[in-house]
Ligand binder design. Structure first.
Ligand code: DGY
Length: 321
């Protein structure tokens, strides 16, 4: 029987995923779940046939150029691939895959949570009760904004964006979207397409960022884009921090252009932006859009399906390079 390929799983994954991987691969694991430096990634790549990393491992052009010849595939445990320099992988002939679809529901749930939490002042309310400072009630107390029936603009109507649209329509929101291409009517489901970003921002009481971070979208929410939003709009980001110019975002929060925001992604991760902590109208989570047990297991299955296909000589379904 042929030797099982050697696979490095860079971070601690669920017991279910690691047990499935152990069945078909010789594993190098990371039970302490430590973050890896570029040097470790390069060193390990000389010892393994495949790597199953997360978006926490950076594969810059320099790192990819120095990967060992033994590594033939990098099967990401993420849909986002902005941590991977794809042209550099192509130049090396190393295959790269991702895990689309399986995290769309979980991420859309967090987009709705952020919209609701930002609009209904979740940070202030939670802190007040927790700190035992809730001493009175009146009709003018903790009044927030209603989500139901409002206009939602979505940047990026891919898999996650489409589910956010569906969930928002459950709240009777009118959905507008800005996307590279208009969707087929069956997928568009009454959402209103905008070819022009600014025309969509102008009708976005709520704005949800759902596109990948690419050359075209980095900093898409900059000073000019914020100026097109209705005064008092609410923005949520479950995609990538790189989409937002964080100084322009802070200016919009400070001026009231944005009345609140919900962020699951930051320019600097882990850690986020300490300047945001002064603003109770920014509801923040630590990049947990896909963090449900069901989704974690499904991401593991998807990454392992891609690896299995590759090592069986087939084309992985989710090949991105
Ligand atoms: C993804 O899959 O891209 C999520 O952001 C988690 O890594």
């Amino acid at each position: 029987m042929a030797e099982k390929p050697v696979l490095w799983i860079t971070r601690k994954l669920s017991d279910y995923t690691q047990a499935r991987a152990a069945r078909d691969y010789q594993l190098v694991l990371n039970p302490e779940d430590t973050l890896h430096t570029a040097e470790t990634i390069i060193e390990m790549s000389h010892k393994v046939d495949g790597i199953l990393p997360c978006h926490s491992e950076m594969f810059s052009a320099d790192v990819v150029a120095r990967l060992g010849n033994r590594t033939k595939i990098v099967a990401n445990y993420s849909v986002g691939i902005d941590h991977c320099d794809l042209p550099a992988f192509q130049a090396r002939g190393i295959r790269v895959t991702n895990t689309p679809d399986v995290l769309s529901d979980a991420t859309a749930e967090v987009a709705m949570l952020l919209m609701l939490g930002a609009a209904r002042r979740a940070v202030e309310g939670d802190r007040m009760v927790r700190d035992q400072k809730w001493t009175s009630w009146s009709p003018s107390f903790m009044v927030g904004q209603q989500v139901s029936g409002k206009r939602l603009g979505i940047i990026g109507m891919g898999r996650v964006g489409q589910i956010v649209a569906k969930r928002a329509q459950g709240f009777d929101m009118t959905v507008h979207y800005f996307n590279r291409h208009r969707l087929e009517p069956a997928l568009e489901k009454n959402a209103i397409f905008h070819k022009d970003l600014h025309s969509m921002l102008a009708v976005s009481d709520f704005l949800s960022l759902n596109c990948p971070a690419t050359e075209d979208t980095r900093g898409i929410m900059g000073p000019e884009a914020f100026s097109y939003l209705p005064d008092g709009a609410i923005m949520v980001n479950t995609a990538r921090g790189a989409l937002v110019d964080e100084e322009a975002f802070l200016a919009a929060i400070t001026s009231g252009k944005l009345s609140a925001a919900g962020l699951d992604c930051f320019a600097t991760e882990p850690g986020g932006n300490p300047k945001f902590a002064r603003h109770d109208n920014i509801f923040m989570l630590p990049h947990i859009g896909s963090a449900t047990q069901e989704t974690r297991d499904a991401m593991g299955d998807r990454a392992l399906d891609n690896l299995d296909a590759f090592f069986a000589g087939r084309t992985p379904v989710d090949l991105v390079a």
